[in-house]
Design a protein. Structure first.
Length: 280
């Protein structure tokens, strides 16, 4: 059983979160900052974009306002040197590294004939290779941490054919992130580093959902990113040696923690919710 909520905190712990300038990554960063955590924000966005609000600097301000300490790192996780430099800067700024959240992702809901190889490479370089690279670069420091976690924002490996039809490249790229959870769980089990995956049960109101899946109408059938952030907090405050190798949904974790009022996360309470990809 997880420890009582009052006994759990990320105060003084250092997290490195990719894709944290907006959306779910930003929400997780702000949530852990409320504990007094240190947060390194890895993302490419340094100036506002009309369709993609949020930058590493605005996220850093929110983290500081929430009670945490922030380090804004402009970083393309496809670039080995940039990732290694960001990890080094994080350790230099905060004295260590406790948690990695692989949140950055690329998506294209296109089929075989409609997917340019440039987009194919982007999805695999960010989703599959990027999460591997970030984890690899951080691992020497995680091995020194008292309760180290790696959390991938990736789906359970249901492998149902329906989730391959129409966008196989995206599906395989996301499943690769989940496969890392399986492999690294076993590789680092004896060292006490936890590897878990977290995925939203429903659509989440992010720029990607609004821009790709249906604008305001789709957003109204979604939940706020804070539901994933709260679930992540519960997971990351668990004992890393006792909680590893799992594929959770946000609802799973909240239920385990006795949190049953999910209406507060709805963008528009009372509106039927749209289930997320990869979940039946």
């Amino acid at each position: 059983m997880p420890a009582p909520h009052s006994d759990r905190t990320l105060r003084g712990r250092t997290l490195l979160i990719t894709g944290a300038s907006r959306g779910i990554g930003r929400a997780i960063a702000v949530r852990v900052a409320r504990d007094g955590a240190n947060v390194a924000i890895l993302a490419k966005t340094t100036t506002e974009h009309p369709k993609l609000p949020g930058t590493i600097h605005s996220a850093a301000e929110e983290i500081e306002q929430a009670g945490g300490r922030a380090l804004a790192c402009k970083c393309d996780i496809r670039d080995d040197e940039q990732v290694q430099a960001a990890v080094a800067a994080t350790v230099d700024a905060f004295g260590g590294l406790d948690i990695v959240v692989n949140n950055a992702s690329a998506i294209s809901l296109t089929g075989l004939l409609e997917t340019p190889m440039k987009m194919y490479d982007r999805m695999f370089d960010i989703n599959a290779r990027g999460s591997f690279l970030v984890t690899q670069s951080a691992m020497p420091h995680l091995l020194k941490a008292p309760n180290p976690h790696v959390l991938n924002l990736s789906p359970p490996l249901t492998m149902h054919p329906r989730w391959f039809a129409g966008h196989a490249a995206y599906t395989v790229a996301k499943y690769a992130m989940s496969a890392w959870v399986l492999g690294m769980t076993e590789e680092f089990r004896d060292q006490g580093v936890a590897f878990n995956a977290l995925w939203p049960r429903t659509a989440i109101d992010t720029a990607a959902v609004r821009n790709l899946l249906g604008g305001e109408k789709m957003a109204n059938a979604s939940r706020k990113p804070e539901i994933v952030a709260d679930a992540a907090w519960y997971l990351l405050t668990r004992d890393s040696r006792a909680c590893t190798g799992h594929f959770y949904t946000d609802e799973d974790i909240l239920a385990e923690e006795g949190q049953t009022d999910l209406d507060r996360y709805a963008v528009r309470p009372g509106t039927p919710l749209f289930n997320d990809f990869f979940l039946d």
